[in-house]
Design a protein around this ligand. Structure first.
Ligand code: ZN
Length: 826
């Protein structure tokens, strides 16, 4: 019975947007290799009317039963059947309000509340919309047809094949047959959608609710470029005749790569020149490129099982940056990749509570606060390491081979390594299996003896965790000489230790040259760190390496191996730093230190940060200027807020003067709107909050709305903070509830009350979308738990027993709390 496979689905749906229900019929063509008397499909929250077995000769009713726990529909054939058989199933379902399956999305038009109905199926919610074999390996073709109101627009993965009027003023919309694909990539949507389009060999469009499609121009232009890039790089044409970017008001994630019908949160696809910042534009491009890369990595070649989900997400993450870098090299996105992807992955994977990129088990995989940094960020970072190892050319050729070989089929990690090995003639499998198949990552400890470097490796964890794990590490080293010259050398750390000759005349050495490798470096010899310090101050090292040295040092502080004051002293070398990457990272590390520590250390951190940030702001200017570089604009927005937070009167005065313009409905440059609103809230009163609440309600820009939801987490006034928390529960839509809570979780004025608030409102908070609820837990424990460790730990020990699904995120958050407690005590 296990060998029964789907060949084709014909799906007919009639959604009723007034009653939030749909009726459906699926005709499923099956291949039954040997006589079988029953078949099991996945369903969830669907009511089955009837199941019929049809052959050329006749139609016969089948018996069936539903097991809600297993999410299964078992159908009993009237007699054993084999070969190609056709099953027809009638069913009804709810257009739910949970942002999963076939669901409703609320938006306002001319002040009135309206709904669209859309789907979100990854990883196993197609079964909420129609009975199916809901597994990525069960590929099949699909014909979709919808009956919708005559004034509505229906969208699916493929182009419309036929549209005709039917009874009651409704119309039937039938779509072209899809390629062979997995159920989780299917999409259908109905609503008052309008399009902005760009006809070409592939028709590309942005779909949005009335009045907003024009805001898709920016995305559409970038999509055209990205499509050209991907087709050329991958050597495989995009196979469908159209590709839509669909703006969905209510959306749990950032975007979803449904084949030919990619869905997005509005802020990631709609652009408003008065509201969208440069950071916002960059994020739009990175996400569009990410989802586009999925049309090949995921949609064309699909993981054979969910444990190989990294094959989708690592590549999409990697190309998300690669495509943007190709068209906007001046944005330095690879540098930002280090801070927003690699650093986040190193931080997540340094917990004892972690797992391998190739997820063990892997029956269901939930993309959440625990898994995403491993599958996306670490996976993408490891690919960068592979590209560094095999070379750019071989990397591209290997991927082309892999895509050609497995198109319209499924693949595993092994298949990818084999392809890369075939073209590069390097032992890729051997190297990669221990990066993909085991949890954690190494720390390389290095020490100099005369003209030789002694290196050793061990697993890097913040808390003590004995381990004899080893990795094959390509270690690159830049060696510096008296005359100011430097040269790169490399070795392969294959066992616990290795020796590398650098010559007696070397004055300094920097491991992980260019920061392509996924590991931390510990310099045993203080003289070398001092010499590196000089090279940082004189800018004799590039920004990525200046970033890496201090970030590794801060990781050692978190590990309890270096002291906080050592890190702060080392920052003296950055007193003249001007590059965005190291500055942005230092600012983030200092912010972390500020909220963890108390008393004198906190004051020391605040004073150092204030001086540094003010110096940088003086030099780049508080007000955005026409000639600003892209990364300078992004840095300014971060530093304005942090300088004010660290006590800079200048930054606060500047932001408050701009905030008063906003209060009077006057223009403020979009690149500083976020920090201006953060400072406005932090100095604000109850009236300020009411202004935000009114603006959030009336704003037509999700980008602006999200900035305001960040800002309201920054209030300092205790009474206003109580109001903010009530507002989150009662008025903020589900998709955005976690935003202000995340911000409050490191707002020193708010942290102490969050824990009691969580417990008092547990039932309401538990009803958040599961992924967003996990984000709340991940925010609530690590910092708000400081000082109440015992209470928090015992509550969640018990909570985990009852809520098995929350276990991963609770455990990793408790581990972070332990790290923070130790830092505070140190
Ligand atoms: Zn993705």
């Amino acid at each position: 019975m296990n060998d029964i496979r789907p060949i084709h689905y014909k799906i007919h749906l009639e959604p009723d947007l007034a009653k939030f229900r749909f009726t459906g019929k699926v005709e499923l063509l099956l291949e039954v290799p040997s006589p079988a008397s029953e078949v099991s499909l996945n369903i969830l929250e669907l009511a089955i009317g009837k199941c019929t077995l049809t052959t050329e000769a006749q139609s016969e009713d089948c018996g069936f039963s539903v097991d809600p726990r297993k999410e299964e529909l078992s159908i009993v054939f009237p007699r054993p059947v084999s070969g190609e058989v056709s099953l027809v199933i009638d069913f009804v379902g709810e257009i739910n309000n949970r942002m999963a399956g076939f669901y409703r999305s609320l938006y306002t038009l001319d002040g009135k509340e309206r709904y669209a109905a859309v789907t979100q199926f990854e990883e196993s919610d197609a079964r909420r919309a129609f009975p199916c074999f809901d597994h990525p390996a069960m590929k099949s073709t699909f014909d979709v047809e919808l009956i919708v109101g005559g004034d509505l627009t229906a969208i699916s993965n493929t182009a419309v094949a036929e549209e005709k009027s039917v009874e009651d003023g409704r119309k039937l919309v039938r779509f072209e047959r899809t390629p062979r694909m997995s159920t989780y990539l299917l999409f259908f949507g109905v609503g008052e959608y309008e399009f902005l389009q760009d006809p070409g060999e592939v028709l590309i469009r942005v779909a949005a609710v009335p009045g907003k499609a024009q805001q898709g121009k920016y995305s559409l232009e970038f999509l055209r470029k990205a499509l050209t890039y991907c087709e050329e790089y991958y050597g495989v044409k995009y196979p469908l005749s159209k590709l839509d970017l669909i703006a969905v008001a209510d959306f749990a994630f950032g975007a979803m790569e449904n084949w030919g019908a990619i869905t997005f949160r509005e802020n990631l696809v709609l652009h408003d020149p008065d509201k969208t910042s440069k950071a916002g534009e960059e994020r739009m491009c990175v996400v569009i490129a990410h989802e586009l890369a999925h049309q090949w990595f995921g949609n064309l070649v699909t993981p054979e099982d969910w444990k190989y989900l990294w094959l989708n997400e690592s590549f999409a993450t990697y190309f998300g940056y690669g495509v943007v870098d190709h068209y906007y090299p001046e944005w330095d996105v690879w540098e930002q990749f280090l801070q927003s992807q690699t650093q986040v992955a190193l931080d997540r994977d340094a917990l004892r509570e972690t797992f391998s990129i190739e997820i063990p088990g892997g029956d269901h995989v939930v993309i959440n606060a625990s898994t995403a940094p491993i599958i996306y960020n670490k996976g993408g970072s490891v690919l960068r390491q592979v590209e560094g190892y095999v070379g750019t050319e071989a990397f591209r050729e290997g991927l082309r081979l892999y895509l050609r070989k497995y198109q319209y089929r499924c693949a595993s990690s092994r298949d990818l390594w084999d392809a890369l090995e075939e073209v590069s003639a390097k032992p890729v499998s051997r190297m990669m299996s221990n990066w993909i198949g085991q949890p954690g990552f190494p720390m390389v400890t290095v020490e100099r003896e005369g003209g030789r470097l002694k290196m050793s490796q061990q697993r890097f964890t913040y808390l003590n965790a004995p381990s004899d794990q080893e990795w094959l590490i390509p270690v690159s080293v830049r060696v510096f000489y008296e005359d100011g010259q430097s040269k790169e050398t490399a070795t392969f750390l294959e066992s616990k230790t290795a020796i590398l000759d650098i010559g007696a005349d070397a004055v300094a050495y920097k491991l992980n040259d260019g920061q392509n490798g996924f590991y931390r470096v510990r310099y045993r010899d203080k003289d070398n760190l001092r010499e590196l310090g000089k090279l940082i101050a004189s800018k004799g090292l590039p920004p990525v390496d200046r970033w890496g040295i201090q970030d590794d040092l801060y990781a050692m502080v978190k590990r309890g191996e270096a002291r906080m004051d050592e890190y702060l002293d080392f920052l003296a070398h950055y007193s003249d730093e001007s590059a965005t990457l190291p500055l942005s990272s230092i600012a983030a590390n200092l912010h972390h230190a500020l909220v963890i520590h108390e008393g004198e250390i906190r004051q020391g951190v605040a004073s150092l940060g204030r001086t540094l940030f003010e110096r940088v702001l003086e030099s780049i200017g508080y007000e955005p200027a026409g000639e600003d570089g892209h990364t300078t604009s992004i840095l300014r927005d971060q530093l304005l807020w942090q300088a004010a937070l660290f006590g800079s009167a200048k930054a606060e005065d500047f932001c408050m003067s701009r905030f008063s313009l906003l209060l009077r409905d006057q223009k403020v440059h979009p690149d500083i709107q976020k920090s201006v609103m953060q400072v406005g809230a932090s100095c604000g009163s109850r009236e300020t909050f009411e202004w935000f609440a009114g603006k959030i309600k009336s704003s037509q820009s999700e980008h602006e709305r999200m900035n305001m939801l960040v800002a309201i987490g920054c209030f300092k006034d205790r009474e206003v903070l109580e109001r903010v928390k009530r507002y989150v529960l009662e008025e903020v839509p589900d998709r955005n509830k976690a935003i202000p809570i995340g911000v409050m979780s490191d707002n020193l004025a708010a942290v102490s009350s969050l824990w009691d608030w969580y417990q008092a409102n547990l039932q309401a908070i538990e009803r958040f979308h599961p992924v967003l609820y996990e984000r709340v837990i991940a925010a609530l424990i690590p910092i708000p738990g400081l000082g109440r460790e015992e209470e928090v730990r015992s509550f969640f020990q018990e909570y985990m027993m009852k809520h098995e699904k929350m276990k991963d995120v609770v455990k990793l958050s408790l581990e972070k709390l332990e790290i923070h407690s130790r830092m505070r005590r140190a």
